[in-house]
Design a binder for this molecule. Structure first.
Ligand code: DAH
Length: 347
């Protein structure tokens, strides 16, 4: 037994570990479960009782020796791999493989551009919650209780109590809710835009979605007129789409504005020739607008004798579709990289 131990010690000390693959061979031969050390440990039970303790200790020392050699060589190899001179055949003048950057979503790009355009003429940005109450979504905006106007926008209710709608919780159907919050918390002059996500119980198609985005705007001061509203819309549309675009205001109805209008611009997908996005009319609606109803001002704590104002709500999806010739609304939420990557580098 003693001879075997001595021989094995000599073998462990002399083992050539210069090549990387020898390290694993060393481990298998000596310290592995089927290695020579394991064999000797098995023989320990044949050693006479009075020597077993001493031989056992010696075997343990031998095992430690093998483990130490292994660990030391392993460390050396790792250090060498880190410091080794790089592959001499590597061509440092090759262009780098571009690391694909994430791209910004087209809706974010357009929302940010809208914020920039309106901030240049003095509008600040306000925000409000997506889960709203009946008051901010309907009542404060002049939607009478039980009036069919409430059905204009199919609503996702979270809690609903027909006997007492004042406690309803719902997903806001438009960003006009934030107008109310702004008017409740500030006095004129007010110049704010309010970008945000809205929800309606609608079947999803190329032209409609149950979740989309609007940019609301409100301007309240002394002596504000419909002419100011028109000029602001002209300015915005030309900044967004260029000078050649046609704009028209179509009389409409909203409970919270009087008079009210819808804003149409030339369909940029067919350049006015007629397509399925503009329903062959050559015009596309980008939002609604009007003079804020005096009732709405008063209900939010603003003196309607002294102040007047205009407001609008525009759809970000619609504007993005026109700007980038996108023909299907569903592309915005499908997360198809072939679509999203087309906006790489767009500012
Ligand atoms: N809230 C309306 C909608 O979602 C859009 C709208 C129309 C907003 C007229 C306004 C407005 O601020 O004045 O259909």
């Amino acid at each position: 037994m003693q001879d075997q131990i001595n021989r094995l010690r000599a073998e462990i000390e002399a083992y050539d570990l210069s090549a990387p693959e020898q390290l694993e061979q060393f481990r298998i031969a000596f310290t592995g479960r089927k290695g020579q050390l394991a064999d000797l440990f098995d023989l320990l039970k044949t050693v006479p009782q009075e020597q077993r303790r001493a031989v056992g200790q010696e075997l343990n020392q031998l095992k430690q020796l093998a483990l130490d050699r292994f660990a030391q060589r392993q460390q050396e190899q790792e250090a060498a791999a880190q410091n080794s001179p790089a592959d001499p055949t590597f061509d440092y003048t090759l262009p780098v493989v571009p690391n694909a950057l994430g791209t910004r979503h087209p809706l974010s790009l357009v929302r940010e551009e809208m914020v920039r355009i309106f901030s240049r003429i003095g509008f600040n940005v306000a925000e409000g919650p997506e889960i709203e109450d009946d008051w901010h979504n309907f009542t404060a905006l002049n939607f009478p209780e039980n009036h069919p106007a409430r059905d204009m926008q199919d609503t996702f209710f979270i809690t609903r109590n027909p006997a007492d709608p004042t406690h309803d919780a719902l997903l806001r159907t438009h960003t006009s809710t934030v107008q109310v919050r702004v008017m409740e918390s500030q006095q004129p002059p007010i110049r704010s835009i309010m970008p945000g996500r809205v929800y309606r119980n609608e079947a999803i198609s190329a032209r409609a979605h149950m979740m989309f985005h609007q940019v609301e705007g409100i301007f309240i001061d002394e002596g504000v007129s419909f002419a100011d509203l028109k000029q602001t819309v002209y300015y915005f549309v030309q900044e967004m789409f260029g000078q050649d675009i046609q704009i028209r205001f179509r009389p409409s109805f909203f409970p919270f504005t009087e008079p009210s209008a819808e804003i149409d611009i030339t369909c940029l997908i067919c350049k006015g020739a007629g397509c399925n996005i503009c329903k062959q009319s050559g015009w596309v609606e980008i939002g609604g607008c009007g003079m804020v109803d005096p009732n709405v001002l008063e209900q939010s704590g603003i003196d309607a004798e002294r102040y007047s104002g205009y407001a609008w709500g525009m759809g970000i999806e619609r504007i993005t579709m026109l700007k980038y010739q996108i023909k299907d609304l569903r592309l915005f939420t499908e997360n198809d990289l072939r679509f999203l990557r087309q906006f790489e580098g767009v500012q």
